[in-house]
Design a protein around this ligand. Sequence first.
Ligand code: BG6
Length: 485
Amino acid sequence: MAQLLPVDDFDLIIFGGSGDLALRKLLPALWHRHCDGQFPVSSRIISIGRSEIDRSGYLELLEKTLTENIDLSGRQELWQAFVDRISYLEVDALDSGTWSPLAEMLAGRDDVIRAVYLATPPSLFGPVARGFREAGLCVPEMRIVLEKPVGRDFESAQVINDEVGGCFAENQIFRIDHYLGKETVQNLLALRFGNAILEPLWRREVIDHVQITMAEDLGVGNRIEFYNDIGALRDMVQNHMLQLVCLVAMEPPSSLDDDAVRDEKIKVLRALKPIVGEKVVTHTVRAQYLGGAVKGRVVPSYAEELGSESQAETFVAMKLEVDNWRWSGVPFFIRTGKRLPAKHSEIVIQFKPVPHPIFDSEYSATQPNRLSIKLQPDEGVKLSIMSKEPGPGQLRLRPVSLNLSFEETFGIRYPDAYERLVIEVLRGNPALFMRRDEVEAAWRWTDGILEGWEKYNQQLESYVAGTWGPTGASVLLDRTGRSWF
Ligand code: BG6
């Protein structure tokens, strides 16, 4: 049974409170934590938005969005207690001169935790941080949460980090990558460092290659304008995918302290071989979806959704190399895309074949072992091993799976990543958040690819919605004699 410890009294101020992220992710996460009794009665959620609605209009909007996925029947009292915590203020985030309603609301609460969540475009991060400082609204237990992306390249990330860092100490700044709050991603640490049997196998002598897939069946939805400006490399690779690469590739940290894990992750980011110059042509693939059918539903092309032609990629695949002793010569293949056949995120560790085949009949060829860590859906870990098929006659081998399904084993609802992350913010524990140097190192590496794409006019391939991506993605592995799982 999970141990749910209450957090100390807090005021959580959400800028972008009427946006998609707040309504679809943050507030549902807060609702679940409220239901589990983790919040003191006096703690408050103050949503700040630009929508011209009053509090009751906001609560209506919230209830409508939340009940798309959550059943509130029989929980009216609990719901009422939840909404009693919530206020809605319409203030201009860029003009702290308009913040007096917020200041009034916060007055007299300087001794409780004050967390400012910026569910806004990154251009507001610096101004809001400054606004709090200048309006004298910072308190001893202050935290500021920055949603990804922090900037759109190394330079802009530096500017934001300088601006926010000029107002808050690094341990008050929580840069979110929600993948770090996902249960199975956390489990990767447990798997790697809570089991002695894996560590001796986690190296170049035994592992052939690593594959990481983050596939989504959905398109871009109502974020299309924002997305069109950034594309899949900035949206998924610079953050979520590189974080997974780090967790797979890093050395064992000396402890789980805030900085111990992050110190090891940054070493991986620094060891990533740059994909620069003409290398982008052989090591990366970018593509955009055409119309097609996803899960039996006909969907338009990206350009039709956008209403114009665009060069933004909705799919990226690439070959990465981690240039260090442990991983030298072991390629990491990663791919992510929208409008693929299913929502599916998985890390696959492909081991090398046995060094000397003794089962050599056509029925007994061995296949290399494979460890699959499934992040979503159906979280679990699967190890494929060769086994003898039961029965008399010739010795026949077949791959079978040792299969651990977390849901079957633990039989509980998996909390959304934001539930864990919001609690960690309130507790003031930055271990699951990205440190400044991590974000900047990830941008530095990604910038090389962006520059290469531009300089070498990297082709934007296309793929039919509902398929596993463009031909180039298969060719990327074919060339090395491998294929995607
Ligand atoms: C977000 C991206 O960070 O992650 C989205 O901006 C993407 O484009 C989402 O859809 C995927 O997250 P999850 O948790 O649904 O896999």
